[in-house]
Structure formats: C-alpha cells, structure tokens
Design a protein around this ligand. Sequence first.
Ligand code: A2P
Length: 396
Amino acid sequence: MNKPRKQHLIDPEVCIRCYTCEMTCPENAIEHDDNNVVVNADLCNFCMDCIPVCPTGSIDEWRVVRDPYSLEDQYGWEELPEQGVIADDAGDTNVEALEDAMATLLADAHKGAGGKTKAPATAAKPTVNLYNLGKPVEATVRGNFKLTDAGADIDVRHIILDFQGHPMPVLEGQSIGIIPPGTDVDGNARLPRLYSISSPRDGERSGYNNVSLTVKREERGICSNYVCDLDKGDTVKVTGPFGATFLLPEDHEARIMMICTGTGSAPMRAFTMRRQRAVGEKNGGMVMFFGARTPETLPYHGPLKRVPETLLKQHLVFSRVEGAAKEYVQDRMLIERKEVARLLQDPKGYVYICGLRGMETGVDQAFQTIADDFGGDWVSMRDTMREDGRYHVETY
Ligand code: A2P
C-alpha cells in the first residue's frame, strides 16, 4: 500500500480562474481545461510560489492521500472532496498514532501558506462557474461611462453588461471573466481576464438582468483596452461567476469595514448598493477607507457624495493632490483608530480589503498598531476573523 503523502489541490468553488498560479508555477505543475484549474501531483514540489499570488486563497488546499487525485479527477470536480480517513498499513482506521501523523502532515502542508478565508457564515450561497471557457455566455454592452475626469492621468470605466435571457446569478464580491477576441502569440485563444462585479445581485438597474464592472485601462493590457473601448450594443463573451468567500454577510447587524484603492472599490460599491436596497440605513454600520491619486481619478467620486453618511461613513484619501501631503488608506486608519478598534473588537465586525497588492503590508501594520493600543494580539485576532469569515483580502 502507498504511504500517506500530502497533495496540493485547488478549491474549484473558490477559484476565480485568473490563471495567475498557472503562470507562476516554475514546475509547470498547474494546468487548466475549460472547467477547472488543477495541480499535477507528479510535478508539484511544494515550492509554494503559487500561494501568495492567488487573490482568493483557493490555491491553499491540501489533502493527505495514499493515491493522489489524478488530473482527470480534479477536472471533473465541482467541489473539493473532504479529507478522507487514512487507514494505517494494517487497515486500522482508529489509531491515535495515525491521527497524529495526519495532523503533522497537514500542519506541514500548510507551512508557509496563508490567506485562506471562509465566507461569512450568513452569506448567501453563490453560484460559481456557470459559464466556462468552452461554454461562455454572450452579453450585450448597455453602457460604457468614463469615471475619471477627461484630463486625468488614468482612465477608469463603468461598463454595464446585459445578459438578457441568460441567467447570471451573481452575488456582490464575485467576479466574472471577459474573453478578449483573438489569439495569443502561440495562436491559442486568449484567456479571460477577471473583473470584480460592481453592481448588486438584483442588477445594476434593479430587476434587470445586468451587471456592472469597474475597469481601468492598462497601458498594454489587451483585455482592459478591449473592454474600455467597447461600444453600446457590442457583444462580449463572459465566463463565471467566480468566487465564494469575498461575500457580504446577510446579517443586517454586521459592522462592515471596506478598505480599497482605485478599482478595488468595485466590490465595495456592490456591497453598499446591496445594503442600501436590502436593509437601508438601519444596519450595523459601514465604513470605507478609499485611496486614489486625486479626487478626479477616484472612481465614483461624484455618486459617492450622494451616499448618506448614515449608510456609509467615507474616508477618501489622496496621494497626489498638489500642495497636500500624500495620504494612503493605512494613514487614515491610524487617524481613525478608535473607529477601527471598535470594529476589531466587535464579534460582528467584518473587514474587506481590495485593490493594490502593495497596500496589504501597510494596512496590516495599521491593524497591528491599533490592536496593540487596546492590548489585542493582532495576528491571532486576524486568524480568528479569517476562520469566522470576517476578514477578506483580494489584491492584485
Ligand atoms: P501613489 O500615488 O503612491 O501611486 P492607482 O491609481 O495606481 O490605482 O492607485 C490607487 C491609490 O493607491 C493611489 O493613491 C496610490 O498612491 C495608492 N497606493 C500605492 N501604493 C500603495 C500602498 N503601498 N499602500 C496604500 N496605497 C497605495
């Protein structure tokens, strides 16, 4: 009988099919088909290079197995199998020593890996991977609006996609993929690029089967330029929806803190609209720390002014306003430390971080400083919040 060994796997329910892990893996151990992204147990050497680049933590899955799951097994999965009981060599499944060995193997498998989260306990059950590479859905562009000022140094767009008769059941915080036309240098069809949905579940326009995206034009970005140049009436190929953890609790008393930069505001807009429509102002509280270069480049700057403070407390910070000191979200969190501390100590407090990867360290340090103030152990608080589905990070 084979010896128990650890196997690296990807959770198909949580994975958003951004393929970053596949592009990062130095062993070429990660591959995909139309349905799933999978890990070849014969090639994976547990180097962990793929762990930090995964925006969702879906990559951080491990099982102890005697016979590794094959690629075929993994391609067929809609959800990850539970950890099975591994019998010892004599076939006995009930021995303490074996359980200890399993625990050691799992602890070892998790070493160096982080960022794994759970959905909030009260979140609605998301639909994932309804449309895939082999079977995308066609959407029609209903609008393409520039969110940044004409003279601004960046171009961010609000794109509205209409799915007409095709179901597109999304939850706030999920993403969809857009497949740009054409082929790559090797002549293969291009892979979809993932965009966070910025509209609530009942549609950008309530009751209509449409979804909005917040897209920044990247200088040489094939897909972002394609999306930013779309005209009303154009059709696009869409995959998804994806993502099963960065979700809003249905508990109306939950206290929500949103920390974002630039287009990382997309899910935060969806969260705010959802709460506004479903709960109104009598909710557990919502606060947002939102960073951009200038007011002219902060997506939704105008519409945000119309959101009442009783629904959403806003801290908009700017890094490149002439004559003003550079301010990042983490700087403002420290200024508003009392409010942040209140949320960290509230068992119904939820944190959502979305935007530039670079801000993760600064935001984490701000939390650490604030927790130190009230004698909290930030690392264990963060672990508990993650475990409870109350701490969510999606950065790129
Ligand atoms: P900066 O002026 O230093 O680039 P972008 O417009 O590129 O999407 O960025 C959004 C905002 O995030 C900008 O204000 C940018 O400031 C800021 N930013 C850049 N790096 C960090 C960081 N490490 N922590 C927090 N905010 C950051």
